[in-house]
Design a binder for this molecule. Structure first.
Ligand code: ACO
Length: 336
């Protein structure tokens, strides 16, 4: 861990989801599945899907605005906006569009891609800027519109995903405790093929004998059982490493906040640490897997309904394509 020059406070959160809801029964009109199969295998009952006129920048901006409002910050006081996403509206990046929409005129804004681990990777990245003192106020957004890239005729994957966005406002503070107590991040590209969204292999004639490749992506390709095994092996391992390295006992955690991919994964991780299931945050049933958005979306819901309170200690872990995974321990400060 780098030397900590000052603390970081988590002072605001926000979230947004599209207005269109798709239930399991409705999905059953498209593919051969059932509400019972989806609920028992995943815990998902419905998900939100962007309809006409909705997009990633809109969702991300809306989550950003509500986090700014909770923090009590004027958007022009923001120094940094990091958007964790794998589904930008623009391949060159969507963070600057969000920066413009929320009026964060002096903030630098960029995208960061680490699939479903993206939010934690972005949070840790923002923390590095905050710790060096080069940035005082940062907004970390996790937003994804994976339903753009789902094969709606593949019942093994289309039932899992939904769209959403969440954001957390982080501030450098000279005094007081540190809100980001520790983290671990990992990647393993050698296992990347069990979950990816590859480019089409399209070669077209250019001039003479030369060719060029035409851009375009396929749909989400996933080996569900392999991803499941990866998650139940690596998430407990990285959490254990983090708890050991920070000398924090799992009994002292107020909440376990995992990437919302499958309720069976959440339960398996909680059982590994003997964490009671009522301390495991879950909103999978309403939103499914919203990729980089799941952690801040769940966080914001629990802050707003009063489950997460000032000073609460949260262990979080994200995992997904790459493969990538990570864990972080943080404390909620709330508006200063
Ligand atoms: N409805 C009905 N039956 C289905 C469906 C469906 N939607 N999908 C698969 N089945 C069938 C299969 O065809 C198979 O039938 P068969 O036995 O006749 O061949 C049977 O159900 C069992 O299939 P499995 O794939 O073995 O089912 P499993 O219990 O592993 O559950 C699931 C599948 C839910 C995908 C699970 O493997 C899982 O959750 N994996 C993790 C996936 C994940 O989390 N991905 C995202 C993580 S990273 C990120 O967020 C991008």
């Amino acid at each position: 861990m780098p030397e900590i020059k000052g603390g970081i406070a988590l002072v605001g959160s926000g979230s947004a989801t599209p207005s269109q809801r798709l239930t399991n029964d409705q999905l059953g009109l498209r593919v051969e599945t059932s509400d019972e199969w989806i609920r028992t295998r995943t815990g998902i009952s419905e998900r939100c899907v962007c309809g006409a006129g909705e997009n990633l920048v809109g969702l991300g901006s809306s989550a950003a605005r509500s986090a700014l409002e909770m923090a009590g910050w004027d958007s022009c006081t923001l120094d940094l906006v990091i958007l964790a996403t794998s589904t930008p509206d623009d391949l060159f990046g969507s963070a600057p569009q969000i920066q413009a929409q929320i009026g964060a005129s002096k903030a630098v804004a960029f995208d960061l891609t680490a699939a479903c681990s993206g939010f934690l990777f972005a949070m840790v990245t923002a923390a590095q800027y905050l710790r060096t003192g080069s940035v005082r106020r940062a907004l970390v957004i996790g937003a994804d519109q994976l339903t753009r890239w789902v094969d709606w005729d593949d019942r093994t994957s289309c039932v899992l995903f939904g769209d959403g966005a969440g954001a957390i406002a982080m501030e450098a503070q000279e005094e007081g405790g540190d809100g980001l107590i520790g983290f671990k991040l990992k990647s393993d590209g050698s296992r990347g093929e069990c979950l990816n969204l590859p480019q089409f292999q399209n070669s077209l004639p250019l001039v003479d004998e030369k060719t060029h490749q035409k851009g375009g992506f396929s749909t989400i390709q996933m080996n569900g059982p392999e991803v499941y095994k990866f998650a139940v092996r690596e998430v407990p391992a990285i959490l254990e490493e983090l708890l050991n390295s920070t000398n924090i006992a799992s009994e002292t955690l107020d909440w376990l906040l995992l990437h919302q991919a499958n309720q069976r994964i959440l339960d398996a991780v909680a059982d590994r640490f003997d964490i009671p299931h009522n301390k495991v945050l879950s909103n999978l049933s309403k939103y499914g897997n919203t990729s980089a958005a799941t952690i801040p979306l769940m966080f914001d819901e629990a802050v707003r309904d009063g489950r997460i309170q000032q000073g609460h200690l949260i262990a979080s872990s994200g995992f997904g394509a790459g493969l990538s995974w990570g864990a972080a321990l943080f404390r909620w400060q709330g508006p200063l």
